[in-house]
Write a protein that binds this ligand. Structure first.
Ligand SMILES: [Zn+2]
Length: 412
């Protein structure tokens, strides 16, 4: 029986969303929280984008140090030989890649404007795959952009060619959120059966079905005898109407009628980290969590109407499908309502000492404290908002890594 793996793409699809972005420190914290939650893989960035290079290398060091373990860190790039070469020049230690190319007639005609045929697409993808392998990539996924609008015969050829050339996975991208649960189930089951390769699902919410499509697609893949890798983002943040929400996907697979016994995660997912990771991503992106967001919205465990309040007081299961504690909710949170000392890019030693002292972080001498303060100033320059406790602790614990990942120098 195939299993389900989570592959979070917040640090790729989330950050390429219009009007949104994350500092490199925030991206690092997301990787740390995803790892703590038990997410299998983080698509942690763009190995061909120069301002990502230091961040990507520093995070790979965190993996080597055992800090970002067992999560896999994988980079996304276009399926061209040139991009793979650039990726290995800028980030030589990268071990996991996903190579993406458009496969639909719409894209081939509308984007490539007739400059490429289906055969060209196949050739480009295979050459890029072979080059990635020659550089020592441990795993390579091959992504069909706009797969849901691609002729099924070509999609089968594309996935099969990838398999023959040693791709570890095929990513089925419902790039425009065009599928519905019935179509994606059928297509993915067919792909799993015919090609015999583990399949990733990359679903978007243009029609409000990203989570439902991800779950239905995973069912199709597993019923077709393969492992399913679901692409998620925290709070569903992603291009246009967003991606499949991480927490909603987990809740759906664990709690929806009849799913859990048959469609299982490969390893246990710590759902009780949901509250923390969603709150952090909301702060880091500067996007509030909608009050009705599954699992983590403020109204999800709130009851006002008489019948519901009476029912939930008698037995929460009358009106709640799952308990707030399962999501890591229920702990009181302290919010300053009076004087507050924040970290900032122009901060000094007194304020910094106060903040770190409250967190019970001690420095071995004045020099160390000065050095951490300097890094905190730079982190604030990049974040443009006060740092949270975990970010400050991270900088204090791994100053060299923090320095490396925050290094951004435009080329001449
Ligand atoms: Zn996407």
């Amino acid at each position: 029986m195939g299993r389900i793996y989570l592959l979070d793409v917040t640090n790729r699809d989330g950050v390429q969303t219009a009007r949104l972005g994350l500092s490199k420190l925030a991206k690092t914290m997301i990787n740390i929280y995803l790892n703590e939650m038990g997410v299998f893989q983080s698509e942690f960035g763009f190995p061909t984008t120069r301002h990502e290079s230091h961040y990507l290398r520093a995070n790979l060091k965190l993996a080597e140090m055992g800090v970002l373990q067992p999560i896999r860190l994988e980079g996304w790039l276009r399926a061209t030989v040139e991009d793979v070469e650039t990726a290995y020049r800028l980030v030589p230690n990268i071990k996991h890649l996903n190579l993406s190319i458009s496969t639909s007639k719409q894209m081939i005609v509308g984007k490539f404007k007739g400059a490429k045929s289906e055969q060209d697409i196949l050739t480009m993808a295979i050459e890029a795959l072979d080059v990635a392998r020659s550089h020592g990539a441990e795993t390579v996924g091959i992504n069909a952009e706009d797969a849901s609008r691609t002729d099924i015969d070509f999609l089968l050829r594309f996935a099969s060619a990838g398999k023959e050339h040693g791709a570890d996975r095929f990513r089925y991208c419902d790039t425009l959120g065009y599928d519905n649960p019935f179509t994606i189930y059928e297509t993915c089951k067919l792909l799993a059966e015919e090609v015999g390769i583990p399949i990733e699902l990359h679903c978007h919410s243009d029609l409000g079905m990203a989570v439902a499509n991800s779950v239905a697609g995973a069912m199709g893949i597993i019923d077709g005898g393969q492992d399913a890798y679901i692409n998620t983002t925290i709070n569903g943040i992603g291009e246009r109407a967003g991606n499949a929400d991480l927490v909603a996907v987990i809740l759906a697979l664990k709690k929806s009628k009849g799913l859990a016994p048959k469609y299982k995660f490969d390893t246990p997912i710590k759902l009780n980290r949901a509250w923390k990771i969603c709150k952090y991503a909301s702060y880091a992106f500067g996007v509030p969590i909608p009050i009705n967001q599954p699992g983590v919205g403020v109204n999800v465990f709130a009851h006002a109407s008489g019948i519901h309040a009476d029912g939930v007081l008698k037995d929460p299961q009358n009106y709640e499908l799952y308990d707030f504690k399962e999501l890591g909710r229920g702990e009181p949170e302290t919010v300053e309502t009076g004087r507050e000392i924040c970290s900032g890019q122009y901060g000094g030693t007194a304020g910094f000492g106060h903040i770190m002292g409250k967190m019970e972080v001690e420095f071995k001498d004045k020099g160390e404290a000065e050095r951490i303060l300097e890094l905190v100033r730079y982190a604030n320059v990049l974040a443009q908002k006060p740092l949270v406790e975990d970010e400050l602790k991270f900088i204090a614990k791994y100053p060299d890594i923090a320095k490396e990942l925050m290094t951004i120098a435009p080329l001449e």
